[in-house]
Design a protein around this ligand. Structure first.
Ligand SMILES: [Zn+2]
Length: 105
């Protein structure tokens, strides 16, 4: 039974870590800004509007200021803030999948 308990503990710690990382990323900051995509180039802006949300934080793009554009593999992804980039790079498949699911909703 010890191995089961160890496994459960590791799982709980992983979950806790994920939650804490999520909490420190973004979303808790100043939220009174209107989505601002005006500094983006036209193609970027329409792509960001189409994407609508940050796949990492699930915040609306523009809610944290001008979205951050990052390239993962061969596609461009927009994030609500630079703080989300590390998480995206850590587990790109997961976030890209989430993004695809959200877009096709
Ligand atoms: Zn963010």
């Amino acid at each position: 039974m010890d191995i089961v308990r160890t496994f459960a503990t590791v799982l709980a710690l992983l979950l806790l870590g994920t939650l804490m990382v999520g909490a420190t990323g973004c979303g808790g900051g100043v939220q009174d800004e209107v989505p601002d995509l005006s500094e983006m180039s036209e193609p970027d802006r329409s792509a960001a509007l189409k994407q609508a949300v940050c796949p990492v934080s699930r915040e609306a793009l523009g809610s944290m200021g001008t979205p951050v554009k990052v390239t993962v593999g061969n596609r461009d992804v927009f994030l609500c803030c630079a703080g989300c980039e590390a998480q995206l790079r850590q587990d790109p498949d997961r976030y890209l999948q989430a993004l695809d699911a959200a877009v096709t909703e």
